[in-house]
Design a protein around this ligand. Structure first.
Ligand SMILES: Cc1ncc(COP(=O)(O)O)c(C=O)c1O
Length: 381
């Protein structure tokens, strides 16, 4: 017997993430399409994304915020390529995206004064090892392991180096200490459920000073260039994008931001994520076959929640079979139309990953739990 209730919205993917409650294509009807993004109207929409994002996130007024190409990856890589090389770098990684930034720094940029601090899925390196007088590169919330940094206390306020933080699964869901972060990046397709395409980059005054004083030892493609002749390209931070953005994606980003404001801004977004995580934790507590991949609650993500399957029936199987069974569980729920895209990330330990960010309704998670239990029974048959 399948459970009687179904989630109203079966979207639990960790990116692109669920649309905000009540979203439909009608949200895009006022989009500035078929027009130049450099027209007065086009630029106004782009500037509006910047200003609404700044207001909701409480970004300090002396930080620059811009819309950049190629989603969060574009934003992180333009920061790495533009800013690194002036000092030694400490880079932290505990899942696949962070490991990607390590590869960029070591294999692509070929920096030699690099200290890498890595840990396995579900854990975090000892943050006290970093030296804030070097540049620090890290991910606030590791989407593929469900592990986040607990806070920014490990970053010195009077640091000499820059902190470059990939915060794509964190902003709009967790409090971020802006004074400890010099570069913060994210994409529209995460916590507010926007359309994928563009990234955002926030720069502290010290990051701007580095951009204006440091000339990288490698060529910079146009798509990464934030300064010209030793001066910041100011327009990028007012909606004058480097290249052509999708105005449909822009409209959708505005829709997400307006929704965030309508429910009470950042405190409400954070509260929704916390409630979702607490609801999941209560279910995990009473469900013997599943556990959080992040055992330590202090580093557990409230957005990309990752699970391992701990039942001896499962753990006793060879690794390849474990992966097959976990995938079957996720497939079964997708076929039933109750949960899409909840398989763990391809490089992560076999298990499940459920997005519980601000656009996900707690009632949909509650409706999903009996289905997870049903699917667990089915795959064991
Ligand atoms: C932590 C993290 N960094 C980077 C990315 C890449 O983001 P995008 O595909 O928006 O470039 C993701 C995507 O899920 C992510 O979760």
């Amino acid at each position: 017997m399948t459970p009687p209730l179904r989630p109203l919205n079966p979207q639990f993917s960790s990116g692109p993430c669920a649309k905000r409650p009540g979203w439909s294509l009608a949200a895009l009807k006022g989009a500035c399409v078929g027009r130049s993004h450099r027209s007065t109207e086009g630029k106004a929409r782009l500037a509006e994304v910047i200003e609404r994002s700044r207001a909701i996130l409480g970004i300090p007024s002396d930080y620059r915020l811009g819309i950049v190409p190629a989603s969060d990856t574009g934003a992180v890589e333009m920061a790495l390529w533009s800013l690194l090389g002036a000092r030694g770098v400490d880079v932290l990684a505990w899942e696949s995206f962070g490991k990607g930034w390590v590869a960029d720094i070591v294999q692509q940029l070929k920096l030699t004064d690099v200290r890498t601090f890595e840990s396995d899925y579900g854990r975090i390196p000892d943050l006290r090892q970093v030296d804030a007088d070097r540049d620090i590169v890290f991910t606030w919330n590791g989407t593929t392991s469900g592990v986040r940094v607990p806070d920014g206390d490990w970053i010195k306020a009077d640091r000499q180096g820059l902190t470059i933080c990939d915060a794509t699964s964190a902003v709009f869901a967790m409090a971020v200490p802006w004074d400890k972060l010099d570069v913060v990046t994210w994409s529209w397709q995460k916590v507010l459920g926007g359309e994928a395409a563009h990234g955002m980059i926030a720069l502290s005054p010290r990051a701007v000073a580095r951009l204006e004083s440091h000339k990288p030892a490698w060529p910079l493609p146009k798509i990464f260039q934030m300064s010209k002749g030793g001066k910041l390209i100011d327009g990028i931070f007012k909606g004058d994008t480097i290249n052509t953005p999708s105005m449909l994606a822009v409209e959708d980003a505005l829709d997400g931001l307006r929704w965030a404001e309508s429910i009470g801004g950042l405190p409400a977004l954070i509260a929704r994520c916390k409630t979702n995580l607490a609801t999941i934790a209560a279910w995990v507590e009473r469900t013997p076959w599943i556990a959080f991949l992040a055992e330590d609650a202090a580093i557990r993500s409230p957005t990309s929640v990752c699970f391992t399957l701990v039942d001896p029936w499962f753990t006793g199987k060879p690794a390849a079979d474990q992966a097959k069974f976990a995938a079957r569980l996720a497939d079964l729920l997708a076929k039933e139309g109750v949960a899409y895209d909840i398989g763990s990330y391809r490089d992560a330990p076999p298990g499940l990953r459920i997005w519980a960010g601000a656009t996900v309704e707690t009632s949909d998670l509650q409706a999903l739990f009996p289905w997870l239990e049903w699917a667990w029974g089915e795959i064991r048959k």
